[in-house]
Design a protein around this ligand. Structure first.
Ligand code: AMP
Ligand code: MN
Ligand code: MN
Ligand code: MN
Length: 274
């Protein structure tokens, strides 16, 4: 079965409109898909009227930003009830946090010598889930940098002027909101936080202690050694396993929609509990 439980549309920082994402997903032969935009479920308003086909099941999802021990981490809420109070409350809180953060990013870029970036970035983030990729795109359009990667390297990445911290809902609060919405909290791409293996394991244990239930064992193209190590951790702790491409746009082979992401045999797939 082709499963992809981590994808983005243009409602956050992806490029495809939700309906086009579904078309590409169907063409890629995906059977189980989740759209997990950053801190928003806006994509689901757009696909409400799209009939689900027998071949493609859509699992309602979202990717929340939060912080663990001063490291920014992402938590997926999979199979959430989109009409629940917890999802409404959490996405309103997080989108507001994104707006406040955007103003601070603009202030800090201003101090770093690049004035008036807020309006331009906000215009790119048309649906309100504004984030660093929209600032990056704006800097490219203004000719300040040549590529998005350069924008992150010089201005928006970890430790740079536009890397503003401490404003998201807490780690425990995010997990609680996902559980309250009937969803399954899954720690997104545990290998992408630049943590040592022992710190990563501490994060995973805290995640489980706070009510987390799954690990994203595979995120796009990744080192098979990492997959194996995460699989062992998931098995030892009794956590469910999830897989996703983290698709944002066409033409990125390392995050291709529905890329074959088979789970190691001993894992308990998260979708078996729905
Ligand atoms: P934010 O949600 O505003 O903190 O932005 C994080 C998002 O920026 C991630 O989900 C990625 O899609 C994107 N991103 C992070 N690092 C880079 C990079 N070096 N180049 C391009 N995009 C990046
Ligand atoms: Mn993103
Ligand atoms: Mn992420
Ligand atoms: Mn993502």
């Amino acid at each position: 079965m082709i499963v992809d439980l981590h994808t983005h549309t243009n409602r956050s920082d992806g490029t495809l409109p939700p309906v086009e994402l579904l078309q590409h997903a169907a063409a890629a032969g995906i059977e189980l898909l989740s759209i997990t935009d950053h801190d928003t479920i806006a994509a689901y308003r757009d696909i409400e009227l799209v009939p689900t086909t027998k071949a493609l099941t859509v699992i309602p999802g979202v990717e929340f930003s939060t912080e663990w021990q001063r490291t920014g981490v992402h938590i997926l809420g999979l199979n959430v009830d989109l009409s629940s109070d917890a999802i409404r409350t959490s996405t309103v809180f997080q989108i507001d946090a994104r707006k406040q953060r955007a103003a601070r990013i603009a202030e800090r870029l201003d101090r770093a010598g690049i004035a008036d970036t807020l309006a331009g970035a906000a215009a790119i983030a048309k649906w309100g889930a504004i984030g660093r990729p929209h600032f990056a795109q704006h800097l490219v359009e203004r000719g300040v940098v040549k590529t998005l990667a350069e924008a992150f390297r010089k201005y928006l990445g970890a430790g740079k002027a536009g890397d503003v911290k401490q404003h998201w809902a807490s780690f425990d609060q995010i997990i609680e909101w996902i559980r309250d919405s009937g969803g399954t909290p899954v720690l997104a791409h545990p290998g992408k936080y630049g943590l040592t293996r022992s710190k990563r394991n501490a994060l995973i244990k805290d995640f489980q202690r706070s009510g987390g239930q799954g690990l994203e064992l595979i995120s796009g193209q990744q080192d098979p050694m990492l997959t194996e190590s995460l699989a062992t951790t998931a098995e030892n702790l009794g956590l469910y396993a999830s897989v996703g491409s983290d698709f944002h746009q066409l033409g990125q082979p390392w995050a291709r929609l529905g890329m074959h992401l088979g789970l190691p045999k001993a894992c308990r797939p998260v979708w078996e509990c729905w």
